[in-house]
Design a protein around this ligand. Structure first.
Ligand code: ADP
Ligand code: MG
Length: 250
């Protein structure tokens, strides 16, 4: 288990409803993330994972609750910490008429990076994108675009990285490579990672701790080995399915 005792994120009682309050997406979620920790949020479709991440990123305003990120009240002063966090999701589209290299260059300009060249070239190499650096994004496979999205998020060397289902479109070999890469990055730099995935084996291998979200509430949370022991479950997938079936009223 990696991670320190330094909290980089603390959310308290986050609530969010859509459709004029009739659809409750989050019903009071509290969580903490520590420096150098990998925390995965798992849960069935519609559980509220993406809504929670959007709120933690400051892209959606919560109806209630408080959020402290890197020592700052992030609901009020997001600008102070925006450059220290980053995000990738397959829902996020990149300029498709630009090449891979141009995309990273444009984002480097947006992020105001002076040492962009070395960062871009090492990320192209880390993500196996060097050979397609001059291809337009519109001509790439969904997996290649996903890798580019994550490379883009790492340009700023964020202290907290949010990845919402980054491996949904990746093949098993690329997913395994990404997992190793992320683990190493976390160990080398002390980056904290908040991750979502439907692949329980992947979550089991990657995470220090998990939160199981269902119907906008935390159903279970903790270190995977402890959760498995408590529920006498053979693996995370069994625990997930058992828990989801028991609370099928979601
Ligand atoms: P997950 O990422 O776990 O699949 P989401 O956070 O995307 O779940 O969605 C949680 C709930 O909030 C779902 O019921 C979803 O339909 C609803 N929801 C999310 N975004 C919106 C939106 N913009 N408008 C209305 N309902 C939304
Ligand atoms: Mg989602």
């Amino acid at each position: 288990m990696s991670g320190t005792t330094e909290k980089v994120l603390e959310a308290r009682d986050i609530g969010k409803a859509f459709m004029g309050g009739s659809r409750i997406a989050l019903g009071g979620v509290s969580l903490e993330l520590f420096r150098g920790e990998i925390l995965s949020i798992v849960g069935p479709n519609g559980a509220g994972k993406s809504t929670l991440i959007q709120i933690l990123l400051g892209l959606l305003r919560p109806d209630s609750g408080s959020l402290n990120i890197l020592g700052v009240d992030a609901t009020r002063h997001r600008r102070l910490i925006a450059h220290r966090i980053n995000y990738a999701s397959t829902d996020l589209s990149l300029p498709y008429s630009l090449t891979v290299l141009e995309n990273l260059r444009v984002y480097s300009l947006i992020y105001n990076l002076c040492d962009w060249e070395s960062r871009v070239h090492s990320l192209l190499s880390d993500f196996g994108l060097s050979a397609i650096a001059n291809r337009r994004v519109g001509s790439l496979s969904t997996g290649q675009v996903a890798k580019l999205g994550i490379a883009k998020a790492l340009l700023t060397e964020p202290e907290i990285l949010f990845l919402d289902e980054p491996t949904a479109t990746l093949d098993p070999e690329v997913s395994a490579h990404l997992r190793e890469f992320l683990r190493k990055r976390v160990l080398d730099t002390g980056m904290s990672l908040l991750y979502t995935s439907h692949n329980m084996r992947e979550v089991e291998r990657l995470s220090d701790r998990i939160i199981l979200l269902g119907g906008g509430k935390i159903i279970k949370e903790g270190v995977i080995e402890d959760l498995l022991k408590n529920d006498s479950a053979s693996d995370l997938e069994a625990l997930f399915l058992d828990t989801v079936r028991k609370t099928a009223s979601w």
